[in-house]
Design a protein around this ligand. Structure first.
Ligand code: SAH
Length: 212
């Protein structure tokens, strides 16, 4: 179902500048219509963010593709995602052969997405907690991807990254963020690149925004 729509979406991503063929083929494999609420199903293959309940959103496909391309996970890389949400980004990483660990703080979304992963037979490690402190049990990670906007770069993410690993995190205020690509050069040395402006839902927690 929706095969033509997926192909059109991939063509659109290619036109917008996504070059990594492995990433593009993951977008053909993951059925985004299964990750959105039923009433949104007809918009599932548009290149837009959509509401998923609990005041949260499934990210725009272009943003997911771009962050995945920046992270460039190799098969068997251990990847930590903060902000499971619908599970779509985690599913893309899983289809790329990564070992995916993902944390969601909202219990309803967490429950819903765990059930979807089971149904799709995705072996993804999930946890319901505050992701701003990371997941030290399985650290260090080859990559960490944060899919909610943070006021700063939490120290734990830097600590839990392998040397040579990359952290992709939108940092800014509650409305606008820049995407930071943080590469761990040695235990205490990091290089940081930045790209244009994004609008994510806030990362809420101990090392993120405080809940009101
Ligand atoms: N990657 C998701 C994007 C969901 S939006 C997808 O593909 O659909 C971001 C998610 O981050 C929301 O579900 C929100 O509840 C969650 N979130 C916000 N702060 C968090 C935190 N401290 N720890 C874990 N999840 C968090």
């Amino acid at each position: 179902m929706y095969e033509t729509e997926r192909e059109e979406l991939v063509n659109n991503l290619r036109q917008r500048g996504i070059k990594n063929e492995r990433v593009l083929s993951a977008f053909l494999k993951v059925h985004r219509h299964l990750f959105v609420p039923d009433i949104m199903i007809h918009n599932a293959y548009l290149d837009v963010a959509l509401p998923i309940g609990q005041g949260q959103t499934i990210s725009q496909p272009y943003t997911v593709a771009l962050m995945t391309e920046l992270l460039d996970p190799q098969p068997n890389h251990k990847i930590l995602e903060i902000g499971t949400g619908s599970g779509f980004q985690a599913a893309i990483l899983y289809e790329l052969g990564a070992k995916v660990f993902t944390i969601e703080r909202n219990f309803e979304l967490y429950n819903q997405t765990v059930k979807l992963f089971e149904k799709l037979n995705y072996k993804i490690a999930t946890r319901c907690s505050d992701g701003t402190i990371g997941w030290s049990d399985f650290a260090p990670y080859d990559g960490i991807i944060v899919t909610a906007g943070s006021p700063s770069i939490p120290e734990n993410f830097k600590k839990q990254l392998k040397v040579g690993g990359k952290l992709i995190i939108p940092v800014g205020d509650k409305l606008n963020q820049v995407m930071k690509i943080v590469t761990k050069i040695s235990d205490d040395k990091f290089s940081i690149e930045e790209i244009s402006s994004f609008a994510f839902v806030p990362l809420i927690g101990q090392d993120g925004w405080k809940e009101k």
